[in-house]
Design a protein around this ligand. Structure first.
Ligand SMILES: [Zn+2]
Length: 73
């Protein structure tokens, strides 16, 4: 469990994984084509309700299908 200090009001609260949610920045289409999507792991402060982003999560890169065949045996 993570202790989080609200950057707005200073309240300390425990960030449970149930309360964690991902938020993404809105980007222009052109930006989205060249920049990988980025998501922030966020908690809402129980006291003031402000969003506290605690971590940046990058989007997983999809495999392009250029993978080696696995020989069984
Ligand atoms: Zn707060």
């Amino acid at each position: 469990m993570k202790k989080i200090k609200c950057k707005v009001c200073g309240t300390r609260f425990v960030g449970t994984k149930e309360a964690l949610y991902l938020a993404t920045e809105k980007t222009a289409v052109l930006t989205a084509l060249t920049t990988p999507a980025k998501a922030f792991e966020c908690f809402d402060c129980p006291k003031c309700g402000c969003q506290n982003a605690v971590n940046v999560r990058m989007a997983a890169v999809m495999d392009s299908g250029d993978e080696e065949d696995e020989a069984d045996g």
